[in-house]
Write a protein that binds this ligand. Structure first.
Ligand code: ATP
Length: 595
């Protein structure tokens, strides 16, 4: 079952630690390192507990007896434990950090691979900022959790348990007293800790909101500035930041009160133990060394209990992050290759058939985007699509590229239902030249080679030449090595189109999907683009969303779409003679365009 992606992404944070178990899957390959780290952890915790005994020996045999040799021996013991502990701590800390970084790197790659495999429908309902925040902030949180918090929690739990055992061993009577006192210390700390956790969860959410907002504004910066929307954005952003600040502030306040209360309660309790234990030493029921060891264990246990509540808070945050990432990983893409894909005839011919195709966008279940569309496009045919805005022209392209599957009916490429093909094999035969082509933040070589990484430099140059792009590329500051797109030079509309055409020529697809730009180019640029397109369409099937008179005139067939249906088909002259929608559209749309 496909999960609703918004649910998967926007679910409130978890209150359970269970999701952390998912991380096991990622730690499994590093089992050996984990085992060594756990042994080091056990040694380090054991050494802390051994200190209590060392203290007892130092006080009872060394100090109380007044023997210098006994003191020297006890201090030698002390040093041995120190060296052992230092070694174990070094190994533990390095290995756990290593595992943390490794696991997070693996998760990042797995999530990114999954994001690339998700269907376009997912990205319609999920904000880009959300996905980016999963990849960056959630994984960073996990890194801390896997690299240190988990280990700290394990170490602290061991100190609590081991410490309690050692307390009982040292003085059962006093331990009973401590156990009675524990709920009075833990109760208030736990209550305050829960509030801190709740507040920190909502502060994380606020920060995610702020991130998504910045992402949208930066992407739309031109629109923001063109519409003088900055004051609104400033105010809105300021509100969001302030509200994140308010939440963070009340979290910090509660957290500060928590620390104060925990300190007072713990050390108050230790004072009580010291008082009672001191009286026992005076009566001779307890030795000085035993009381010292007992106090040492009491401090260790109290400190460990105190930090455990904080660690559980961090673990819960990590569990939330893990849950969100795993949910993203578990989403089943709506478009998947069949288990046994068919193959296209070789060489492919480029014949297209729509067989009673009906389509409803998942995001708009009440509107029929295409209704019972039946159509055959012969290999090498030039088909022009014409129709008012919202008629379904782009939808037809999206279905051909298999970004969505039809709700009913079938689309065939060379006689094969495209659902039976591996989407990669299908998409290799298709090439889309969009109205506003995407230019990536890379140089001209890489931008033209996009999707055809094996093409040689000579092939790229030839494609650029055929697309009439060679001349302007060579005039760029570093020629083909010039960075285009983001942070590079800005290309004009016509130049971007010619780069996209060169990219498509290099791919040599059987079927060309062309969405002509509506914006008028200057006459020279228009002529260059037009010539490049002529070269491109040579010997391939092409479907063009037409906005130019030249295109409809040269088309073998024009299809007039309206509200998802074919309302007329024929050549330009025939359709003009028929009158109707085409004649009206043609007079409006094509009269001003150059031939
Ligand atoms: N991703 C989407 N989710 C929901 N509805 C959509 C989506 N894309 C398009 N639609 C709707 O489907 C219908 C057909 O849209 P389509 O983009 O195919 O029209 P078009 O003919 O290409 O229009 P234009 O010439 O304005 O680009 C429209 O009513 C549109 O609102």
């Amino acid at each position: 079952m496909r999960q609703n992606s918004t649910d998967a992404i926007n679910r409130p944070a978890t209150r359970k630690l269970g999701p952390l178990m998912h991380l096991l899957r990622f730690t499994r390959p590093y089992f050996r390192q984990m085992a060594v780290a756990v042994v080091a952890l056990l040694i380090a915790a054991g050494a802390v507990l051994a200190f209590g005994q060392v203290i007892r020996v130092v006080v009872d045999s060394g100090l109380s007896t007044g023997s210098a040799t006994a003191l020297n021996h006890s201090l030698l013991l002390f040093l041995t434990v120190v060296v052992l502990m230092a070694g174990a701590v070094t190994v533990r800390s390095y290995l756990l950090n290593w595992i943390g970084e490794r696991v997070v790197a693996d998760i990042r790659k797995a999530v990114f691979n999954q994001v690339l495999a998700l269907d376009v429908g997912f990205f319609e309902v999920t904000r880009a900022g959300e996905v980016i925040s999963r990849l960056t902030s959630d994984t960073a949180l996990l890194q801390v959790v896997v690299g240190s918090t988990l280990a700290m929690a394990l170490r602290t739990s061991m100190l609590v348990l081991g410490g309690l055992v050692m307390l009982a061993f040292t003085s059962p009577g006093l331990t009973g007293l401590v156990l009675i006192g524990i709920p009075f210390v833990i109760g208030p700390t736990w209550l305050l800790g829960r509030r801190v956790r709740k507040l920190s969860r909502s502060s994380q959410d606020r920060i995610a909101d702020v991130g998504a907002y910045v992402d949208e504004v930066i992407h739309g910066i031109r629109t923001v500035q063109a519409f003088c929307h900055e004051p609104v954005d400033r105010a809105h952003y300021s509100d969001q930041v302030e509200s994140a600040f308010d939440v963070a502030l009340s979290r910090s306040l509660t957290s500060a009160v928590l620390s104060g209360a925990a300190t007072m309660l713990t050390f108050g309790a230790i004072g009580v133990v010291l008082w009672i234990g001191g009286h026992q030493v005076l009566t001779g029921a307890l030795s000085g060394g035993e009381l010292s060891a007992f106090l040492f264990y009491a401090v260790v246990v109290a400190g460990a209990v105190g930090s455990l509540s904080e660690l559980i808070g961090q673990l819960l945050r990590g569990a939330g992050a893990s849950e969100r990432l795993m949910e993203l990983l578990e989403i089943q893409p709506a478009i998947l290759p069949p288990s046994q894909p068919l193959t296209l005839p070789s060489p492919p011919r480029g014949q297209i058939a729509f067989d009673a195709v009906r389509f409803i966008y998942p995001a708009r279940p009440d509107a029929l985007a295409l209704s019972d569309l039946t159509l055959t496009v012969a290999p090498g045919e030039r088909l022009a699509l014409v129709g008012p805005s919202g008629a379904g022209k782009t939808t037809l392209f999206q279905l051909l590229l298999r970004f969505y599957d039809p709700s009913a009916g079938a689309i065939r490429f060379d006689g094969v239902d495209i659902r039976q093909l591996d989407p990669h094999e299908l998409r290799q035969q298709l090439s889309l030249v969009p109205q506003d082509p995407v230019i990536f933040g890379a140089n001209a070589w890489e931008n033209i080679r996009y999707g055809m990484e094996s093409a040689s430099d000579a092939d790229v140059r030839r494609a650029a030449e055929a697309a009439h792009a060679l001349e302007f590329i060579e005039r760029l500051p570093q020629g083909f090595d010039t960075y285009l797109g983001e942070r590079g030079v800005r290309l004009s509309g016509g130049e971007r189109q010619r780069i996209a055409i060169a990219r498509t020529i290099l791919r040599n697809p059987r079927l060309l999907l062309l969405d002509e730009a509506t914006s008028a180019l200057d006459a020279e640029s228009e002529r260059l683009v037009q010539e490049a397109l002529e070269t491109l369409m040579q010997g391939r099937t092409s479907i063009v969303i037409a906005h130019r008179l030249a295109t409809v005139r040269n088309a073998d067939r024009i299809l007039v779409l309206d509200q998802g249906r074919i309302v007329a088909a024929g050549r330009h002259e025939e359709l003009m003679a028929e009158g109707g929608l085409y004649a009206r559209l043609a007079t409006l749309q094509f009269q001003s365009s150059t031939d």
